[in-house]
Design a protein around this ligand. Structure first.
Ligand SMILES: Cc1cc2nc3c(=O)[nH]c(=O)nc-3n(C[C@H](O)[C@H](O)[C@H](O)COP(=O)(O)OP(=O)(O)OC[C@H]3O[C@@H](n4cnc5c(N)ncnc54)[C@H](O)[C@@H]3O)c2cc1C
Length: 498
């Protein structure tokens, strides 16, 4: 949970804060409107399509089904929409994101959707130099993607070149079909780096600053084939995926954010869907009956001709299917794990690092802050630093008390940007491993062997049940863009059958 949500000055206490200042309806007010617009009473007895999950994927699928004139009901476990996309109103004003936030080039589907909904983007602050903290060399400032650490520079450049070259051959819709799939899936990214670099320790440290925020995991937990697929997915039908487009800010997936926070996208989608969304309606059982499907939820039952399940893979295992899911799909869901990730933000009176010629982006090979970003928002003059605490860093710090973690995170910021970082106006954090209906983040990960053994079941419909969710996407799998794409694809599948 966000530390602020339990404070007296939490989300509800700041309606008159920063967001209102830019003429946007603050998230809390918009959320109240959306909740009020959703279905309050009994669920309908019958609809054409039931969508399970009101994350971006489920809401996009429902919008498309509704637009075709078919009846649709989204049943959502939580009492809010957005899933892994969640705005947080700061006590000191302004809206930040506790979950998915950044968008970048080739993420055309989420950008188009946001434009249609009137949600603008703004660029991440990139003026100045980045900071690199090495246990060996101390603190360095740099520009570009790879820090100027002579002990790893060449190694890292060659390794990234090879990863890009391999990824360029991986079919985004069937990575398991590549001739070298078995070989790449037998090994982890960590093993591969150790075998293919001279200073493997140094390169691994660097790559961890990418895998911990990007997968909530360490290189040793990730199948090489899965990582190559992730890189291949970091593009679109016209633009080949690359490591840089995934990892970078300029021309990369961290290029921009949404004005008013990314949760405005699912909130505005849900507002338009209105009574076609039922909150607090966790799905417990899905059974095929006659020519339809009966969906059992905590708010009652509803019958449909087709169902789209847009819940995260692990959550699907909590639903009782009758007849049971095919063995292949069940095995896939059992083997996928969610990453471990939390976001920690510190708010300062001013973005003091900018005055020092720094972007606010930093990476480090030790401590609680392995990757830091300038998380400033449009509507306040405050400076905001964001730390991703993921993978083994989450295992080290995620289990400590909030006070201990706060100290460790602020010290991490201070090493990068100076001692002013030790004195924030506000500190807030959100741990996705504690979210009942998500179970971690940012996405589900494949350990060695899983993709070749079970990956091919990821999108295969089961009778009248179809699958959406970012993990099923062929581009920007794991991202908001992948969620939009998956919802669109699942809706097309279903409409084709109705
Ligand atoms: C910390 C963090 C940072 C991230 N950063 C970025 C980023 O910068 N850029 C980016 O593009 N992406 C980012 N992501 C990933 C992005 O948020 C997700 O890819 C995307 O939001 C997934 O959308 P979805 O609809 O597929 O799934 P979800 O958002 O997980 O939605 C699934 C929905 O299903 C519901 N549900 C689950 N079980 C049931 C059930 N039994 N019955 C009914 N409903 C159920 C859930 O409550 C949820 O609302 C980040 C994620 C996290 C956690």
């Amino acid at each position: 949970m966000s530390t602020l949500s339990s404070s007296p000055l939490g989300r509800r206490g700041v309606l008159a804060g920063g967001a209102a200042a830019v003429g946007l309806l603050a998230t809390d007010a918009l959320e109240q409107e959306v909740v009020a617009a959703t279905l309050q009473g009994r669920l309908p007895r019958k609809v054409d399509v039931v969508v399970v999950g009101a994350g971006i994927a489920g809401l996009v699928a429902a919008r498309q089904v509704a637009r075709s004139g078919k009846s649709v009901l989204v049943v959502e476990a939580r009492k809010r929409v957005g899933g892994r996309v969640l705005n947080h109103e700061l006590r000191t004003g302004g809206t930040i994101e506790a979950g998915g936030a950044f968008v970048g080039p080739t993420q055309d589907h989420i950008k188009r959707l946001a434009r249609q909904l009137g949600v603008a983007t703004f660029d991440e602050y990139v003026t100045g130099k980045n900071v690199y903290i090495s246990s060996l060399l101390g603190r360095q400032e740099f520009t570009g993607t790879v820090p100027p650490d002579p002990t790893i520079l060449l190694d890292a450049a060659l390794a990234l070149k090879r990863l890009n070259a391999f990824a360029a051959q991986v079919p985004v819709d069937a990575p398991w079909a590549h001739p070298r799939a078995a070989e790449w899936d037998r090994t982890t990214l960590g093993d591969w780096l150790r075998r293919n670099t001279l200073n493997s320790r140094g390169v691994e440290h660097l790559i961890r600053a990418w895998t911990q925020p990007g997968f909530g995991s360490d290189p040793d937990e990730l199948s090489l084939l899965f990582v190559l697929h992730y890189i291949a997915c970091s593009g679109n039908e016209a633009t080949i995926g690359t490591f840089e487009r995934n990892s970078d800010t300029v021309d990369g997936a961290q290029e921009s954010r949404f004005v008013g926070g990314s949760q405005r996208v699912p909130l505005l989608l849900a507002k338009k869907l209105g009574k076609r969304v039922a909150l607090g309606a966790a799905v417990t059982r899905i059974e095929h009956v006659g020519h339809g499907v009966r969906v059992h939820t905590r708010r009652g039952r509803v019958q449909a001709r087709r169902v789209i399940v847009a819940a995260p893979p692990k959550q699907v295992l909590g639903i009782d299917f009758a007849p049971g899911l095919p063995a292949g799909r069940r095995a896939l869901l059992q083997h996928l794990q969610m990453g471990k990730l939390m976001k920690c933000d510190a708010v300062y009176d001013k973005p003091f690092w900018r005055d020092a010629g720094l972007t606010g982006f930093g990476i480090a090979d030790s401590g609680a802050v392995r990757a830091a970003f300038d998380n400033g928002v449009k509507d306040t003059g405050h400076g905001i630093l964001l730390a991703f605490v993921g993978g083994s860093t989450w295992r080290q710090y995620g289990t400590r008390s909030v006070a201990e973690r706060r100290t460790a995170v602020l010290e991490g910021f201070a090493r990068m940007f100076g001692d002013q970082a030790l004195h924030p106006l506000e500190y807030t954090e959100h741990d996705w491993t504690k979210e009942r209906w998500t179970g971690g983040g940012p996405t589900a990960i494949y350990a060695p062997g899983v993709m070749t053994a079970h990956g091919r079941h990821i999108r295969t419909p089961f009778r009248r049940i179809h699958w959406a969710g970012t993990e099923t996407s062929t581009y920007w799998n794991g991202y908001m863009d992948g969620a939009v794409r998956s919802g669109e694809r699942a809706a097309i599948e279903v409409l084709d059958k109705l």
